[in-house]
Structure formats: C-alpha cells, structure tokens
Design a protein around this ligand. Structure first.
Ligand code: PMP
Length: 438
C-alpha cells in the first residue's frame, strides 16, 4: 500500500465493512479508474485535502454544487448563523421563500416546489406531468441521467454507464413499461415515437444539455424541437437543469439563449443548495397549481425547504453574479486549452465538447474522430477508457482531482486561480504522456 493513501485506504476498508462498495454513491468508489478512493477531510477555495494530507485542485466540485469553491467565507458565515437559529422546524420559513423568489427571478418558471435531491425533483416532475395530462408514457434519452428514479433508470448515464449496468435489477418491467428510451439529438426518432404513441405520452424529459455521458450538447435546436413536438401532441416538456442550472449562466443552459420555447416544467438541484441537500422543480403556474395542497397531485418532504440548506443555496446564488459566470467561462476555456495542448503534444487523440463552462474530454480511438461531433450515447461510448484511467491517476498524483469516470463533466469553481491553473498545466503534461503510453 502506498504511503500517501494509507489513511484513505484504511477508511475505505472500514467503509466497505459497513456500506456496499464502501461508498454512499457509486461513482465515488473509483471502480472505473481503479485505485483507492480518496477520503476528503476539508476543502478551501478551489482545493480539497484528503485524510492523508494530499491537496488537490478540485475539478469535480461535489459534482457541481460548489460553484464558488469550498468553505466560501460568506456562505459559511450565513450557514453558521442559520444553524445557530435552529436547523429544522417542519414549518415554512423565510429563506425558502427567498430561494423560491431567486429561482423564479432567474429562470422561466412561474412557481417552484423545493425538495431535497435532484432525484426527488425529477420524480415529482414526472408525477405532476402524468397527473396533469392523465397520460402514462414518458420519453427519455439514452445517456441522460435524471437521478435514480425507477422509471428513469433505463439506459441512464452517469454511474449507470460507468459501471456498465444495462438495466438495473430491482427496477421492474412494469415500472419501465411506460418509459420510451430514444437516442439523444434524434429528431426522427422523436417524431416516430409521437406518431406511434402521441396520445399516450405525458412528457418528454431531457437534460437541458446532457452532462452525464460526458458533455453532449443539443444540436439543431433539439430542445425547441422537443418543446414544440410536446405542445403539438398535448404532452409536457420537462427540462432537467439539475446539473446545468445556475452553473452555466445565472439561470442555467436556458440562459445561453439558444432555446426559445420555455419548458413546461424544469428541475434544479446542485448549485441551488450551495453544498447542502436542496433541489427544486418548477414550471407554469397552471401546472404547479395541480400540486397538493392547491391541487390533488401529492408531493411532500420532512426536510423540504430546510432553513440551513436554503440559506446556503440563497447565499450562493446571491454571490453568483454575471461577473462570476464570466470568470467561470474564462477558467473553463483556459483549462480546456491547456489540457488540450498537453494531449496534442503527447499525440493522444481527444475531443472536447462544452456547454458554456461545462465541458469534458473524450479519449477517442483515432485522430479521424477528433473532428466528429459526439451527439449521442453511442458516440460517447466509443472511447478508450483505460486511457482516461491512466490520465485520471496521473492528474491525481500531480494534485488535480478529476471525475473518476470518462462519462462525467468537469466542473470548475470561481475559486480557481492562476496557481491552480499552473498546477493543472503541469499535471496535464505528465498525465497526457501517461495516457499516450496506454
Ligand atoms: N438530473 C441530473 C441532470 C443530474 O446530473 C443528477 C445528478 N448528477 C440528477 C438529476 C440527480 O440528482 P441527485 O443526485 O441530487 O439526486
């Protein structure tokens, strides 16, 4: 056992004795890249430090939430003050109203309901769509991940691809019988599905710009196409901005302005919780009015709108100004450029794709593929995975924490500074050579 991972390894052993696979969310286990998962002990700005005392520039940012970096002083102070006032009452509170107002002001939704995870948000949005339309079927896209909702765990992205799980045991055929899975960005497949099942489809759900099979943005105004197709057929369009919301722009992917038709329903999470469990779904007022207690579609949560979580989210969003987003864009561009240059110098064929500051690298098989846009799950899957594993470990050994899977987006924080960029540049040149050697 290597000395610099001794304490992480010991904790992993203890964790494995009491928790399946030693982790509370699968991708954390490093199954796709091998090696000892690092147990983090603290974070400060753009850095995280593990229990063995190794410090890394963090390009995972808790899988999105830590937009401002770790332990941001203003967020920490607001959270500490909130904790001092009591942590949960099971009653309405002011911070949840203010977070709701902030979300409504930033996005095209009229009303929101707060929940505690992205999974709950998409699950509840589906229930509302089915309740509102009186229809059962839903359309989702291969490679999109919407949390571990039973009906949406069909050809899902994120950890489901990383672990190569085809269909998840425990999700019954009956639960997915009403789920239609189509290739992403394939308008003809959508048209065909509506021709066949149009009057039975309650909703189409998609990531606003998929980031769970690597970053695979919509092409040919796919979201507008979906929104219009839904409208023409009496179905609802659900845009999942759990990953992209409040990260790519003040609102999310929507804020880039490439989509023009507002979704009927949207889901949010990650950044809006500022590192605490908070998520939301929202949409048109007439649809949201169908939720209990105003309407009859039931949805609830003991800790929904929790005052500490909503304070963290609200403080984060208030600090996330246009200047912050401009800086995130510049940082992401710089990282893509320096990593790309290192890979090119080492002769590693790659493709990088982005939606605003959300990006990823695909370790494609040959230089012919470098210019070929990856538009769906099949394209994203054609990668040399051992090359990513070698790259990942060399980055880790040189102080940069990347997602431990080739099928995830890289996340930047506003705390990334010139020193961190220099660390990334140095690590990338070693890591690119390690990838080239595979
Ligand atoms: N939707 C998307 C687009 C996501 O990326 C995720 C999580 N990565 C979820 C939903 C589920 O969110 P959570 O993990 O908070 O349940």
């Amino acid at each position: 056992m290597s000395d610099h991972t001794k304490l992480s390894a010991a904790l992993f052993d203890r964790a494995s004795a009491v928790t399946p696979g030693g982790v509370n969310s699968p991708v954390r286990a490093f199954r796709a890249v091998g090696g000892v998962p690092r147990f983090m002990a603290s974070g400060d700005g753009c850095h995280i430090t593990d229990v063995d005392g190794n410090t890394y520039v963090d390009l995972v940012c808790s899988w999105g939430p830590m937009l401002l970096g770790h332990a941001h002083p203003e967020v920490t102070a607001a959270v500490q003050a909130a904790v001092g006032r009591g942590t949960s009452y099971g009653t309405p509170t002011q911070p949840e109203v203010e977070l709701g107002e902030e979300i409504v002001a930033r996005t095209p939704v009229d009303k929101v309901r707060l929940v505690s995870s992205g999974t709950e948000a998409t699950m509840s949005a589906l229930r509302l769509a089915r309740g509102a339309t009186g229809r059962a079927k839903i359309v989702k896209f291969a490679g999109c991940y919407h949390g571990h909702v039973d009906a949406l765990l069909a050809q899902a992205g994120s950890g489901v691809i990383t672990l190569g799980i085809p269909g998840t045991p425990g999700v019954t055929e009956a639960t997915t019988a009403d789920t239609i899975v189509l290739p992403y960005n394939d308008q003809a497949a959508v048209t065909q599905a509506f021709a066949q099942y149009g009057d039975q489809i309650a909703a189409v759900i998609t990531e606003a710009s998929p980031g769970n099979m690597g970053v695979v943005p919509p092409v040919g105004h796919f979201n507008d196409f979906l929104a219009r197709t839904c409208k023409d057929n009496g179905a609802l369009f659900i845009s999942d901005e759990v990953m992209t919301g409040f990260r790519i722009t003040r609102s999310g992917f929507w804020g880039l302005g490439s989509d023009t038709v507002a979704p009927d329903l949207m889901t949010f999470g990650k950044v809006m919780g500022g590192g605490f469990p908070a998520a939301a779904f929202g949409g048109r007022a007439d649809l949201m009015a169908q939720l209990a207690p105003e309407g009859s579609v039931y949805q609830a949560g003991t800790l929904s709108g929790n005052p500490v979580a909503t304070t963290a989210g609200l403080t984060t969003l208030r600090l996330a100004t246009d200047e912050v987003y401009a800086q995130l864009d510049r940082t992401a561009e710089t990282i893509r450029r320096i990593v790309g240059m290192a890979l090119s110098r080492a002769g590693v064929p790659y493709r990088t794709q982005n939606a605003g500051n959300l990006f990823s690298f695909f370790f494609v098989e040959s230089s012919d593929e470098v210019t070929r846009r990856i538009t769906d799950f099949a394209g994203a899957g054609a990668q040399v995975l051992p090359r990513y594993a070698a790259f990942f470990h060399a980055m880790l050994d040189n102080g940069v924490y990347l997602p431990p899977s080739a099928f995830e987006a890289w996340f930047v924080s506003a705390a990334v500074d010139d020193d961190a960029l220099a660390t990334i540049e140095k690590a990338a040149s070693v890591a690119a050579r390690a990838a080239a050697a595979v």
